[in-house]
Design a protein around this ligand. Structure first.
Ligand SMILES: Cc1cc2nc3c(=O)[nH]c(=O)nc-3n(C[C@H](O)[C@H](O)[C@H](O)COP(=O)(O)OP(=O)(O)OC[C@H]3O[C@@H](n4cnc5c(N)ncnc54)[C@H](O)[C@@H]3O)c2cc1C
Length: 418
C-alpha cells in the first residue's frame, strides 16, 4: 500500500523523505540489552507525522483531532506530554545517543522514546543557555532551507503545535498575527509560501493597520514560550526513560564510550564543527524583552527600512526584534541597536512607545544554507543522523525534522535486522 501523509487535502508521499543507506548498524561492541528482538511500539513505522492534518482542516478550534485520536486509541500520554502516534509497528530497539538538548535534540529524543528506542541525551549547556531557550519562538519560516523541505517540516510542526496548544501543553498558545507591507495594493506581493501551512490568511482591515501601512495579512500561528516549554519537553524526555549525560564533546566520537548504535547530531551551531562540516555559520539575532503594555497581537514588518521589526506578546513580557546578521559571532548586545529596535517596533505597534525595557539579548541562530537531515555512515563506527542547521526556524520546523530524524533511525534499526 503506498504510504502518504495528508495535510489539508494535500498528499505528501512519504518516500519524499530522505532514506538512509541499507548497511547494517555497526556497533563498536555489542551492548548488553541492546539489539534486542523487536519491541512493540506505537510510533508509526514510517515516522511520518500522520497525526497531523488528517483529521482537521485548520487552526485553533480543531479540538476534534485530539478527541478523534483519543477515540481511535492513537494518542498516548506520556507523563505531562501528549505525543502523537499512529498505528502499531515492530522495530529493532536500538540505543541512540542524542547530542544536543535544544528543541531539535529534545523533540527527536522524544519521538525516539515513543518509538521504543533507548535514548541517552548528551549536552554541554544548561537548558537556559541554549539558543532554543531564548528564541522568540513563533512559528514562521525564517532563514532556513531548502524551501520545499522547510515548507513540509513547517507544515508538520504547525499541526503538532496547534494540537499542543489545544491540549494545554505548557508554553504553547495560538497567537493572532499581522504581517505588514508598505507596498500599495497594485504591487502587493503574492501570498507568501508559508500561507499554505497556516490555512486561513486574510487581508487586514484598514482599522487593524498602524499608520503608514496600506496593507497587511492576518492569520493565526503557534507561539511557544520557550522558558516554559523547553523544561517541560526536557522533563517529558527524562520522564520517559532517557538518560542525561552533561558533557561537552570536542568531537562526536567522544560519545562512543556511551556505546550507541546510532548517534543523532543535534548540537545546534556546534553540530557542524562536531561533524567536520565547515558550511555552518552564526546568524546573530539581537532581541529585547520589554514589559507588555497590554498587547495580544503578534506584528511584523520584514522590510522595515530600519531593519526587521517584530513584536511577540507573551504571558509575562513582550519580545521585540530584531537583527539577523549572517556570520556575526558577537554576543554582546549593542545599545544603539536596542534603541533602534524599540523605535521600529513602536512603528508597527504604537502602544510600545515608551515601553519599559527588561533586557537586551543576543543569540546565534545555527545557520546553514540547507538544514542537514541525513544519515552519515562515514564519520564514526556507528551511523550518525544529522539534524542541524535550522537557522531562524528551529521551532518552526522542529517537530517535522524530528519526525524525519526518528524515521531515519527506525530505518537504520530495521536495516540492521535484515
Ligand atoms: C534571537 C532569535 C530569535 C529566534 N526566533 C525564532 C522564532 O521565532 N521561531 C523559530 O522557529 N526559531 C527562532 N529562532 C531560531 C531557533 O532558536 C533555533 O533554530 C533553534 O533554537 C535551534 O535549536 P537546536 O536545538 O538545533 O540548537 P540549540 O538550541 O542551540 O541547542 C544545541 C544543544 O547542543 C548542545 N551542544 C552544543 N555543542 C555541544 C558540544 N560540543 N557537546 C555537547 N553538547 C553540545 C547544547 O548544549 C544544546 O543543548 C530564533 C533564534 C534567535 C537567536
Amino acid at each position: 500500500m503506498p504510504l502518504s501523509m495528508e495535510i489539508r487535502g494535500r498528499s505528501f508521499p512519504v518516500d519524499e523523505r530522505p532514506r538512509p543507506g541499507r548497511r547494517p548498524i555497526r556497533s563498536p561492541e555489542p551492548k548488553p540489552g541492546l539489539n534486542q528482538p523487536p519491541v512493540h511500539c506505537e510510533w508509526n513505522c514510517e515516522g511520518a507525522p500522520i497525526w497531523a492534518g488528517q483529521h482537521r482542516t485548520r487552526t485553533t478550534s480543531s479540538l476534534p483531532i485530539t478527541v478523534l485520536l483519543h477515540a481511535i486509541g492513537a494518542l498516548v500520554v506520556h507523563g505531562c506530554e501528549s505525543v502523537p502516534v499512529d498505528g502499531v509497528c515492530d522495530h529493532l530497539r536500538v540505543h541512540v545517543v542524542v547530542v544536543g538538548a535544544g528543541v531539535s535534540g529534545l523533540s527527536t529524543a522524544r519521538l525516539l522514546l515513543a518509538g521504543g528506542h533507548e535514548v541517552t541525551l548528551v549536552s554541554g549547556d544548561p537548558l537556559r543557555q541554549t539558543t532554543s531557550h531564548l528564541a522568540a519562538a513563533v512559528w514562521f519560516p525564517t532563514a532556513a532551507g531548502p524551501a520545499d523541505a522547510v515548507a513540509r517540516w513547517s507544515a508538520s510542526a504547525y499541526e503538532v503545535l496547534v494540537r499542543a496548544a489545544a491540549d494545554g501543553v505548557p508554553g504553547v498558545c495560538m497567537r493572532e498575527s499581522l504581517v505588514l507591507y508598505r507596498e500599495e495594493a497594485d504591487v502587493l506581493p503574492p501570498l507568501p509560501s508559508w500561507a499554505e501551512a497556516v490555512g486561513e490568511v486574510r487581508l487586514a482591515r484598514p482599522d487593524e493597520l498602524p499608520p503608514g501601512y496600506p496593507h497587511g495579512l492576518r492569520f493565526v500561528v503557534p507561539l511557544v514560550e520557550m522558558p516554559t516549554y523547553l523544561p517541560h519537553l526536557y522533563d517529558s524526555v527524562v520522564h520517559n526513560g532517557a538518560q542525561h549525560v552533561q558533557r561537552r564533546l570536542g568531537a562526536l566520537d567522544q560519545a562512543l564510550d556511551l556505546r550507541p548504535d546510532v548517534v543523532v547530531n543535534a548540537a545546534g551551531l556546534t553540530a557542524g564543527a562536531l561533524a567536520g562540516d565547515n558550511t555552518t555559520f552564526p546568524v546573530r539575532g539581537q532581541i529585547l524583552r520589554v514589559v507588555n503594555p497590554g498587547l495580544s497581537l503578534s506584528v511584523r514588518d520584514e522590510h522595515h527600512p530600519g531593519g526587521r521589526a517584530y513584536v511577540h506578546p507573551r504571558t509575562q513580557d513582550c519580545i521585540l526584534g530584531g537583527t539577523l546578521e549572517v556570520g556575526v559571532w558577537d554576543t554582546t548586545p549593542d545599545a544603539d541597536e536596542t534603541a533602534a529596535i524599540l523605535k521600529r517596533c513602536a512603528d508597527i505597534a504604537p502602544a510600545l512607545a515608551g515601553a519599559q525595557l527588561i533586557e537586551s539579548i543576543v543569540g546565534l541562530r545555527p545557520g546553514r544554507r540547507e538544514i542537514r537531515l541525513e544519515v552519515d555512515e562515514s564519520l564514526l563506527a556507528v551511523p550518525v543522523v544529522h539534524n542541524y542547521g535550522h537557522g531562524g526556524s528551529g521551532v518552526t520546523v522542529g517537530w517535522g525534522c524530528a519526525a524525519d530524524a526518528a524515521a531515519l533511525v527506525d530505518s537504520l534499526a530495521d536495516a540492521s535486522n535484515e
